[in-house]
Write a protein that binds this ligand. Structure first.
Ligand SMILES: NC(=O)c1ccc[n+]([C@@H]2O[C@H](COP(=O)([O-])OP(=O)(O)OC[C@H]3O[C@@H](n4cnc5c(N)ncnc54)[C@H](OP(=O)(O)O)[C@@H]3O)[C@@H](O)[C@H]2O)c1
Length: 427
């Protein structure tokens, strides 16, 4: 089946996509990072073309009830409308146990709106309400974490594994539609503070967690977050999840974790400024060999209490991607080992053909290539520029081709050798 996973790059979404692929289905990853914005509807018609079902596992970090209602209302309305146009036969939506009972939780305001809008459309809808995930206690403690201390409301929860939730979403979406609401929960009831403390301990983080109702409303107290008698009880326990979590702390880092107080998602790294020994030499490399455009170039300009040369280069129309100056470095040697500072800059080529072109340029002058690696997430060629700065020329793989396990953790070929001869052939 062809199934669109809306929010397919998120923590639940990545687990759903991994399972769909494992089972031989075609998973379409829908997220802003894959060019689709469900809030505006941009790219949605193209993404849903030919889809048999849609699994909605989007989320918003907002803690404002008006914003969450707007996000989930608009994103769901846009999905249902696009599904009707595309003839999608089933909309599967992940919601949360207890959202009707804990009325004042701002996220739940949005989730109620999401369910309401989905059910008002003409597409058959199955809602799976899950209890809190195993990583929820530490995540919630992160909302108030300051200087090694954090507060949490003393909630009673029955946490469920994200992998078990993903299994259930896939089972629902790949079966003939049986519209309605279902619940899924983990096998054990726990105390929220205890789970947060145990998670921090397993991660080797020193955080004092004390009970408080300041950051959560009292309508979440008691049995409010526990599932009803008909809920499916998944098997993975908190201890089993925690054991895996501790293992992941020692292996490659978790590639996606939401910060306790996330930065504006629109922020990107703009440009780097490098000290160069010689403007003409550096120009020869970045402009004449790699092909960057010169945006600005000047000699003997005042700066930093002295005079020096500057060169700003850019790919395309940006004001500059890399700036060079000689104010403090004219004629200077490369940065020695044993000092802190820049490790390398990465130049991101939008296509493999672009990276192949860069490789041919390097080979045309026998520029030394230190390493060529297929990281799974991206292919990379490592070189040094004439000032001895390390430079990575790289091309990203689409997110859905990243090697990750069913929990979304990076796995697999993260340092395989890149076949440069094959790459050089690509036009
Ligand atoms: N945490 C819990 O304990 C718990 C328990 C039960 C249910 N849930 C529910 O589980 C769902 C999934 O949560 P999660 O933690 O997996 O979320 P997440 O990791 O924050 O992922 C959110 C996903 O939504 C996408 N997204 C956000 N805005 C978008 C937009 N405008 N257009 C397209 N895609 C957009 C994101 O991708 P881009 O950023 O690339 O756009 C990302 O793929 C949520 O609805 C939550 O209510 C959570």
């Amino acid at each position: 089946m062809r199934i669109a996973v809306v929010g397919g790059t998120g923590q639940v979404g990545a687990a759903v996509v991994a399972r769909l692929k494992r089972d031989g289905h075609e998973a379409v990853v829908v997220a802003r990072s894959t060019g689709v914005d469900v809030l505006t509807g941009e790219g949605l018609d193209e993404a849903l073309a030919g889809a048999d079902a849609v699994i909605d596992v989007t989320s918003t970090p907002s803690m404002d009830p008006t914003e969450t209602a707007e996000f989930f209302g608009a994103s769901t309305g846009n999905q249902i409308a696009a599904e009707q146009r595309a003839g999608v036969g089933h909309h599967v939506l992940l919601s949360i146990v207890g959202i009707d009972r804990a009325q004042s939780n701002p996220h739940y305001v949005g989730k109620r709106r999401q369910e309401e809008v989905a059910l008002a459309g003409d597409v058959p809808v199955t809602i799976l309400r899950a209890t809190q995930f195993h990583n929820f206690p530490a995540m919630a403690a992160g909302w108030t974490r300051r200087n090694g201390a954090s507060t949490l409301a003393p909630l009673v929860i029955q946490p469920v594994d994200i992998g078990d939730v993903a299994d259930e979403l896939v089972a629902i979406a790949t079966a003939p539609p049986q519209p309605g609401r279902r619940e899924i929960a983990g096998p054990e009831v726990h105390d929220l503070l205890d789970l947060a403390r145990r998670t921090f301990a397993a991660r080797g983080e020193s955080v004092t967690v004390t009970p408080s109702w300041k950051a959560m409303s009292t309508d979440m107290a008691g049995d409010v977050l526990l599932p009803g008698p008909d809920a499916r009880i998944a098997t993975t326990t908190f201890d089993e999840w925690l054991a895996g979590e501790a293992g992941h702390q020692q292996g490659p880092a978790v590639y996606r974790a939401v910060a306790p107080d996330p930065i504006d998602p629109g922020v990107t790294v703009g440009h780097v400024h490098l000290r160069t020994a010689d403007i003409d030499r550096i120009r020869g490399f970045y402009v004449d060999l790699l092909g960057f455009n010169v945006v600005m170039e000047a000699r003997d300009v005042p700066g930093w209490g002295t005079k020096g040369d500057i060169l700003f280069v850019s790919a395309g129309g940006y004001h500059h991607h890399i700036g060079f100056n000689t104010w403090k470095s004219a004629g200077g040697p490369p940065q020695p080992d044993g000092v802190t500072g820049l490790h390398h800059i990465a130049l991101r080529y939008p296509t493999r053909a672009g990276l192949a072109d860069a490789l041919r340029r390097l080979r045309s002058v026998d520029w030394p290539i230190r390493q060529a690696t297929d990281h799974g997430t991206h292919e990379a060629i490592y070189i040094s520029d004439p000032d001895g700065n390390d430079v990575e020329l790289m091309c990203d793989r689409p997110f859905d081709q990243w090697p990750h396990d069913d929990q979304g953790h990076l796995t697999g070929a993260i340092d395989a050798e890149l076949d440069l001869d094959a790459l050089a052939e690509l036009r």
